[in-house]
Each structure stands twice: as C-alpha cells, then as structure tokens.
Ligand binder design. Structure first.
Ligand code: 0WD
Ligand code: CA
Length: 380
C-alpha cells in the first residue's frame, strides 16, 4: 500500500447546491443551445524530430499532395524494414507543451513583463487529444479515461493517466493490430511532401517520433483554453488561408461496403473525426478507405462544417451540442473541485462507460506531472 494522502474538499461542495461529488454523462442533460466556442487562433507551433527532440519551430511541417481518387496505395509496404516506431511506454505527459509555454511566455501574456512573475492568462492547458476524449464521452461505450488535474498559479493543467485497461491493451496488442496502427502513418507518407515543391516519398522510412504540433488558444463559454494538437500537413498553396484553416487531417478507415457499415461509420468514426478537428479549427479530413489487405481503394475529403449535416439521417445519432456542452460542464466541474493551488497536488478524475465522473485528490503522489523545471521557470 502507499502512504499518499487522500482527501476531499467537503466544505466547498457542501455549500453550493450546484456542486456535487460526481458529474453525470447522460446525453439528455447536455441537449441545449450550442455553447460559445471562439474561433481557435494559432499562437505558435513546435516540432518533434526523429529522436523525439523538441524544437520551437515548424521544421516538421509537411505539405499535402492530393492523391488519385483511387490510388491503390499499399499501406503494408515498409512495415518490416522501413518503420521506426515511437516507444509508447514512455509517458511524456504535458512536457512538450510546457516547454513551448516556457519558450513563448510573452505570446500568451502579451502585457506581462518578463521580469514580473504573473499567472498565465488561460484557465486550462492540455493536449487536444484529451479534449477530444471529453467531447466524445457522452457517446463512448467502450473505453473509460483518467484525467489528472493540477492547479498552478490559477491555471488548470489536464494530463491523461493511462488506465489499467488501456495498459493491458497496449501490452497485449496482436501482430495484426500492431501492423494496422502503421497503416495510418504509411498513408501520411503517400500524401505528404517535405516542402512545397517536392513530392511524397513512399520509399522512405516511416518514423512516428516525428511530429508537427500546433498550439491554439480559444474559449469555450467562460473557459479560456490553450492546447496543442498534432497536425498531419497543410495546404501547399501559398495563397491558402492562415493556420489553422490551411491544415489537413489524414485518416484511414475500412472501406464501406454495406448500409450497416455506412451507418457505423457515421455514428462512431465521424464523431471522433469531427471532435478532433473541430477543436483546433482544422477544416478538412482526407480519408483513405482501405480494403482488408491494407490497400487504399478510394480517397474522400470530409469538410468538418458539413459532417453534422451528413449524419442527420442516422437514427439516434450523436450531436455536436451534446459533446460541447458536456466538455464545458466538465471544465466547470474541474474549476469547482480543484481548489488547492499547488504543483504537488493532483486531482484524479475518473470515468467508465455508463457511470458518472468521480474524483479523488492526491498529494506528493505518483500522479504529479508538472516538472520542477516548469514550476521554477513560472515562479521566478
Ligand atoms: O504520452 C501520451 N500518453 C500522450 C502523448 C497522450 C496524448 C498525446 N501525446 C502527445 C504526443 O506527443 C503526440 O505527438 O500528443 C501528440 C498528439 O497529440 P494530440 O493531437 O493531442 O493527440 P490526438 O488528437 O489523440 O492524436 C493526433 C495524432 C494521431 O493521429 P490520428 O489520425 O491517429 O488521430 O497524433 C498521433 C497520431 O498520429 N498520436 C500520437 N503520437 C505519438 N504518441 C500519440 C502518442 N501517444 N497519440 C496520438
Ligand atoms: Ca491523422
């Protein structure tokens, strides 16, 4: 057993009738007007190179080269001999985003003098992927989540903790599953060039350490958000709109052969695709539909703004407003619960399908995730 101190903030919760120890994820509760979600603004970007080293620049940006509508890309090519896979047992938590913040403090606090320590002018700092999980929670029936939250100088930092179930799944992936995870990256290689005048190089090595990430600022109702997300590529036309409007998200998916498959695609896949790209304001997803053998048989572009119309004919389908209202209420819940401002304290929010969100608090525990270098840099 461990000796960590667990506690609950009873007093604050007892007094406010809206406060409660748990948060429901039932869809009906979130069917109200779409909340204010400001146009996301790119405030910066960073790159991770082939050895996962951080650079405060766009060196890993790639450029979209539109493929043939029926390209016959073989996604299995290179899996054995031209694939370097990131070690996904290494937990990076928010470290890359925090490095970006330290390098760009002036961009987030335009009025803040470098000499005087002041709070970040945002309420939440997190990865886009964590927000995607929140958006899809009211419709998720398979995978739960654990989100660690630390309040530091008034800002709430949200970092995912791998669940036991997710760890078991990661450690017991089948060979088929491992290979299929490669297919998405291989599709990127067929459709992305390293610069505006070159072409994709399908003969090269796929290295999943490499990433280009955008950092965006926006607001959801009264929550000011700063988050980062990995971006696959951008429109290579120099006259394309500014980021994030020029960005393109790439996906692969099983080809659709039956009405049942089409319905499942609308109900489950498009929900995830919509949530992920809507958050940072990425306007389109280019999908490669592949057969059982991993050959891309067709390519189709989905405009994020049109996805909600595409799904309207599905019975009992997901609704963007439910996703956004749940996320908004979860963030309000976090603000009510996470009262102690300390890098040594983590509030762990936990959710499993068909259950309510619950939380526990932990001092000086294994869950602490704000690195010392960050705390020192921001306290100076
Ligand atoms: O260590 C961890 N547990 C996590 C690391 C959890 C979440 C994120 N990250 C970091 C990684 O540094 C990665 O570079 O997040 C970055 C991506 O962040 P995101 O944009 O917030 O994540 P998400 O929207 O879930 O995924 C975007 C893309 C994925 O594309 P597809 O089309 O499959 O959704 O980022 C890639 C993947 O290509 N990706 C990752 N790459 C490396 N490590 C990871 C990961 N853990 N998760 C997704
Ligand atoms: Ca992608």
């Amino acid at each position: 057993t461990n000796t960590q101190h667990q506690y609950r903030s009873e007093s604050a919760l007892g007094q406010n009738p809206l406060s409660c120890r748990t948060l429901s994820t039932r869809r009906e509760l979130y069917e109200r007007d779409f909340p204010v979600y400001k146009q996301p603004v790119e405030v910066g970007c960073f790159s991770l190179d082939s050895e996962r080293r951080f650079f405060n620049d766009s060196r890993q940006m790639r450029y979209y080269v539109e493929p043939d509508r029926n390209p016959n890309f073989n996604l299995r090519d290179g899996y054995r001999d031209r694939f370097i896979k990131r070690d996904d047992s290494v937990k990076e938590r928010l470290d890359h985003i925090l490095r970006w913040i330290v390098a760009n403090k002036s961009k987030i606090n335009p009025t803040g003098a470098a000499a005087s320590p002041r709070a970040l002018e945002v309420d939440f700092v997190t990865w886009r992927g964590h927000l995607t999980k929140l958006l899809t929670t009211p419709y998720e029936t398979r995978e739960g989540w654990l989100l660690a939250v630390t309040r530091f100088r008034g800002t709430f930092y949200i970092s995912e903790v791998e669940t036991e179930a997710a760890r078991r799944e990661r450690e017991n992936r089948t060979e088929r599953h491992e290979e299929m995870m490669y297919w998405g990256y291989k599709f990127e290689q067929y459709t992305c060039a390293d610069n505006t005048h070159s072409l994709p190089d399908p003969g090269g090595v796929v290295n999943t350490n490499e990433a280009f990430c955008t950092v965006v600022q926006t607001r959801l109702a009264d929550h000011r958000l700063l988050f980062s997300g990995e971006v696959d590529c951008r429109d290579k036309d120099p006259k394309a709109p500014a980021a994030p409007a020029c960005y393109v998200e790439l996906k692969t998916s099983a080809e659709i052969c039956t009405p049942k498959q089409r319905s499942n695609f609308h109900r489950f896949k498009l929900l995830k695709w919509w949530a992920q790209s809507f958050l940072p304001g990425v306007p389109r997803v280019v999908a490669g539909f592949r057969d059982q053998e991993g050959v891309v048989v067709s390519v189709e572009t989905f405009h994020i703004s049109k996805i909600s119309h595409l799904i309207k004919n599905e019975y009992n389908c997901w609704k963007p407003t439910v996703c956004m209202n749940f996320c908004c209420d979860f963030l309000s819940f976090v603000k009510r619960v996470v009262t102690e401002d300390s890098p040594r304290v983590v509030y762990l929010f936990s959710w499993d399908p068909y259950k309510d969100v619950t939380y526990s608090a932990h001092r000086d525990s294994q869950y602490c995730f704000l690195p010392h270098w960050y705390v020192e840099e921001m306290t100076r």
